[in-house]
Design a protein around this ligand. Structure first.
Ligand code: FAD
Ligand code: NAP
Length: 350
């Protein structure tokens, strides 16, 4: 137990704890120390404890964007902060503040059931609400940044709780202040969203989503509920369920190339999958990997998922070294063929 006498809030620190059930790859991993955060006021205690003992800390949500080593030094802190508040309701907008430990998909589902729309394209993404801003989660044409007004944090540098505006979070494609600018400085305690109270703001520019919605809606008008159901259906058909087959979703980010580079690639690869983006083109990393012959390939106890080459999987007994080696081989071969380096999306730790 950590905490001063008379302090009602304590931090219970356990030693040598298995993280196998707490990471979606299902890697066997032991944390030197482990604690659970149920109240924001435990965070200063956690940081004081780590600093006093010169220990690193790892914040953990659902463990679905992490590649853990067999041994994790320092303290792993599972963020279990709970609670959802409506902070303002002025139709056609509603603002909702969700605590970091709430599960993402269940939150999206609950908001939809309340008639608060705008997150349905992000259904079925694993993990916790508090990790969603870290890589500005995105799917089917919607990113977290499109719906966020502020992120509540504990600033470990200043030792204070504060709110960062959406602009201060520096959201970018699968990136943010929290992931690459000042990693580790902020602990996210809650996220505030601005959503819609009317069901007209549908984002249907992804072809597969549009088509599935049309089938589900039949002769009716497409609603956010159809979008939610369509996203769940598409994802269940294409992505492995981490409970059945360990994975961390897309293993690489989609690379961006200039117009000039795109033109050269297009001449050589006529079926290249690319989308105009910020003056250049975003290439589908899954297509590049598949074009290099990796689809469905096994390497030791890990491999490339047969239905989606962007997803690397653990067939059981795999580990960080195997995934890292496979990812390097894939990246090298994509570079050899296309002259493009792929950047991993999950975080290797440590
Ligand atoms: P974790 O893996 O626990 O942590 C991720 C990072 O955030 C770590 O660096 C961690 O230290 C940090 N972190 C965690 N909590 C906090 C906190 N409270 N404050 C500060 N830092 C924190 N991602 C997408 O963007 N789009 C998708 O469509 C998508 N689909 C996926 C599908 C599958 C099957 C899987 C397995 C993953 C998918 N992902 C997707 C990746 C992943 O689910 C998301 O990035 C998710 O937001 C990670 O949440 P988590 O709680 O599991 O984070
Ligand atoms: P998909 O629909 O087969 O599309 C392949 C790629 O093309 C995706 O990478 C997507 O980019 C891009 N794309 C497709 N239609 C587009 C459009 N109209 N405009 C711009 N870009 C378009 O992809 P999928 O594998 O089945 O995944 C569906 C969605 O879920 C994607 O948005 C994907 O990012 C998301 N997803 C993310 C993860 C993760 O871990 N990060 C895991 C699974 C699924 P984007 O990736 O930029 O959208």
């Amino acid at each position: 137990m950590v905490g001063t006498t008379g302090q009602s809030l304590m931090l219970e620190v356990q030693k040598q704890v298995s993280l196998q059930a707490l990471n979606s790859f299902g890697f066997s991993s032991i944390a030197d120390s482990y604690t659970e955060i149920t109240e924001p006021s435990q965070l200063p205690l956690l940081i004081d404890y780590c600093q006093a003992h010169k220990l690193p800390w790892l914040l953990l949500g659902g463990g679905s964007n992490l590649v853990l080593s067999a041994h994790v030094p320092g303290v792993v802190a599972l963020i279990k902060l709970q609670g959802v508040d409506i902070t303002s309701l002025e139709p056609p907008y509603v603002r909702v503040r969700v605590a970091a430990g709430e599960p993402w998909h269940e939150t999206v589902s609950w908001l939809l059931s309340q008639g608060y729309y705008g997150l349905e394209n992000l259904a079925l993404i694993p993990g916790a609400v508090g990790a969603a801003p870290v890589q500005n989660i995105g799917a089917y044409g919607v990113e977290l940044k499109d719906r966020v007004t502020g992120v509540d944090v504990y600033d470990t540098l200043q030792g204070q709780f504060t709110r960062l505006s959406s602009a201060e979070c520096q959201f970018n494609y699968r990136d943010s202040l929290f992931k690459s600018v000042e990693p580790g400085r902020y602990i996210i305690t809650a996220v505030e969203f601005e959503l819609f109270t009317n069901p007209d703001h549908l984002v249907l520019n992804y072809q597969a989503l549009q088509k599935t919605c049309e089938v589900l809606a039949g002769s009716q008008v497409i609603t956010p509920r159809h979008v939610f159901d369509a996203v769940c259906q598409l994802r269940r058909n294409k992505l492995p369920d981490p409970a059945m087959l360990g994975n961390a979703g897309s293993f690489f980010k989609n690379p961006w190339v200039s117009q000039a580079k795109y033109q050269i690639l297009r001449q050589n690869f006529t079926d290249l999958v690319a989308y105009p983006d910020a003056g250049g083109y975003k290439l589908a990393a899954g297509w590049l990997i598949e074009a290099c012959g990796w689809k469905g390939k096994h390497y030791e106890k890990v491999g490339v998922y047969a239905k989606q080459s962007l997803v690397l999987v653990n067939y059981g007994g795999g580990d960080r070294e195997q995934i890292e080696s496979l990812a390097t081989q894939i990246s090298d071969s994509v570079h050899a063929v296309f002259g493009i380096w792929l950047e991993p999306e999950p975080r290797y730790y440590p």
